[in-house]
Structures are given as C-alpha cells and as structure tokens.
Design a protein around this ligand. Structure first.
Ligand code: ADP
Ligand code: MG
Length: 335
C-alpha cells in the first residue's frame, strides 16, 4: 500500500527542495507518521507552485472607485454595470463592498478581466481539484468547506484564499463565500475594504444575529464575504468552540451548493486552527518557498493528519520552480 497523503506531500516538498527550492533548515529526519484513516475516500497529495511576484506600487485606495474608468476592464464593467443599481441592491439586501479591481490587480490578485494572465492561470490549476472534491460525483463530505492555512504567519494564506475565491467566483458557475477566519489578524478588509458591522466573531457570541446579518455582498455577484467581526478577548479561542462547529454545520448544509473558503490562522501559532481544520472538508496548506523550514512544514502537517484532503501550495516560488512543477500532482490510488 502506498504511503499516506501527508508522507506523499512531504516527499513532494523534499523533491522540490532537492530541485533547488531550498528550505531554511536541513530536512527533518523521517516523515510524519500518519496512517490513512479508514474513512479516507479520496486523497490528493498535491503540490502546486505559485510564483513570487515583484512588489507592486499600490495606489492609495479611492473609496468607491469606479471600475468603469479602468482601461480594458470590460469584464468588470459587465459585473457591475450600474453603481446606482449596486447601491440600491445594498440598501435592499444589507451590506455591500465595491471592490476596486484596478487596485486588486496592482497587488497581484485575480480580477474579472484577468483572462490568461499568469495569476489567473495558476489559480485555474489550483482550484480544479478543490472544486472536484466539493461538487459532483467525486465530492467528499463537507468538501465545500475549504480551509486555507499554513505553518507560520505571512506565508500567503490571505493571498491564496482571496485569489481562490476571486477565481472561482469570476469564472465558474459557483457562488463563493470568503470567510475572514484569521480573526486575530484579519487582513482582507485592508485589501478589498469592508464596512463596519457584525462578522464571524459576532455570530459566535450573539444570539440575536442571523447568518445573513453578518454577510457582505460585493460587486462580483457570486462573491460574498463574512468579515472577522468585532474583536473579542478570546477571538482565536472561539474558532475551536462548539458554537463554531455548529455554525460550520449550518453553513455546510444551508450552503451546500456554494464554496466556502476560510482564510485561517497559522497552524503552529495557535491550537485552535487545528481544531477548526477537523471540521473542514478540505485543507489548502500554503508553504512559503525558501522561508519555511521543512521541519515546520512537517510539524504543521502532523497537526492536521486527521484531515482527509490536504492540498499543498508552494507559494512565492521562483520562476524556474514554477516552470518545473507547475500543475504537478499525484493521486493516491491506495484510497
Ligand atoms: N506569490 C506571492 N508573490 C509575492 N508576494 C506574495 C505572494 N504571496 C503572498 N505575498 C505577500 O506576502 C505577504 C504575506 O502574505 P499574506 O497572504 O498576507 O500572508 P498570511 O495571510 O499567511 O499571513 C503579503 O504582503 C502578500 O502580498
Ligand atoms: Mg492573512
């Protein structure tokens, strides 16, 4: 029988390291010992590479910038043809964020007009197995709940989760909910803006709120955001609470036809992230190339060994590595 998915993934990382993607420390001796669980249905031990991008000059955010002004933003124009209409919709249905696509694009994110840009292509490859696991014949239990995590901070969780959400929402006939679940360090508002008001933490602490009260719609019709919400003394601890587990069950069943992407805290920084992981259908593990030691990656993978589906994204890789390993994946036939 073949090794577990975690062993396979660790092996892929080792191959990448040998191919020149040096990790900061010598590789750990041995690999995490994880036996595939009996319930394991379908496993992708997979490594996908995301190229490191040169830093962009970011223009100051102009509130409610008109995407119509942006040259070539035809798709954006299609999505939000009428600001007045958008405002009306927000009035009628709750909170609304007008995402500034030009600003997003300048920061290296997928935008509705991204077409065949490299970032759009990279996320087409990354989202394919995720969607396959979430819908249709090959779907796994709660496969629509996708947690994006990493061993350490700053590996690219927010970059990956927002891009994944944008890529799915703008190209596929599937509705996406992006949850800002790194509640101690929420960074999605800084990138796309977010109105004040309730969010995830409020849903966990208040009985008077409905799920819909915390949702924020956007000018991408298929993309909604659940912001982190009001800071709480025990923000991160709440992620491991029974309220969170029950909210996830509610989301999984009420929104079984939509993808839910959770930007999450790093696995080695808090114990709550690993509890959260056990309630998810799929885990996307982001690894910063040249920055995170293999030891840290192995440790992080060991904390989520009970999770059936773990996909790994090697982020900030060099162009050569991306060229060599782009789209590379292996399916565990032992499952
Ligand atoms: N592929 C990439 N190329 C260039 N910069 C990146 C890439 N991925 C992430 N970054 C940058 O690295 C920093 C950390 O990423 P972020 O997604 O905020 O990490 P995390 O959410 O894991 O803490 C951010 O400034 C982000 O823009
Ligand atoms: Mg983040």
């Amino acid at each position: 029988m073949k090794g577990s998915l975690i062993e396979q993934a660790a092996q892929r990382l080792e191959e990448l390291r040998r191919a020149g993607v040096e990790t900061a420390e010598a590789p750990a001796v041995g690999s995490p010992s994880a036996a595939p669980s009996a319930s394991q249905q379908q496993v992708d031990a997979m490594v996908l590479a995301l190229e490191a991008r040169a830093p962009h000059v970011v223009r100051p955010r102009v509130r409610n910038a008109d995407p119509h002004e942006v040259e070539g933003d035809r798709a954006a124009r299609r999505i939000d043809t009428d600001d007045a209409l958008a405002a009306k919709r927000a009035d009628a249905e709750g909170r609304f964020i007008d995402i500034d696509f030009a600003r997003l694009k300048a920061r290296g994110f997928v935008t509705p007009d991204a077409g065949s840009s490299q970032i759009a292509e990279e996320f087409r490859v990354i989202k394919r197995p995720i969607i396959r696991n979430a819908v249709g014949k090959g779907a796994v239990k709660h496969g629509n709940l996708v947690m994006v995590t990493s061993a350490l901070p700053a590996e690219g969780k927010t970059f990956t989760s927002l891009n994944l959400a944008l890529s799915i929402a703008t190209e596929i006939d599937s509705t996406v909910l992006l949850v800002d679940g790194d509640v101690a360090h929420p960074s999605i508002p800084e990138i796309i803006g977010a109105p004040h008001g309730p969010g995830l933490l409020d849903l966990l602490t208040r009985d008077d709120l409905e799920f819909g009260d915390a949702l924020v719609k956007t000018n991408i019709e298929k993309l909604s955001i659940l912001p982190a919400g009001t800071r709480h003394r025990r923000s991160t601890e709440l992620l491991a609470s029974e309220q969170m587990a029950s909210l996830l069950r509610e989301i999984a069943s009420r929104y079984s036809d939509r993808m839910v992407i959770f930007d999450s805290p790093p696995l080695l920084a808090t114990t709550e992230a690993r509890v959260l992981a056990t309630n998810m259908g799929q885990i996307v593990m982001v690894v910063a190339a040249d920055a995170t030691s293999q030891h840290a990656v192995n440790q992080a993978l060991a904390t989520i060994e009970a999770c059936e589906i773990v996909l790994m994204v090697l982020n900030k890789a060099s162009r050569t590595d991306v060229g060599t390993y782009y789209g590379y994946y292996a399916v565990d036939e032992a499952s």
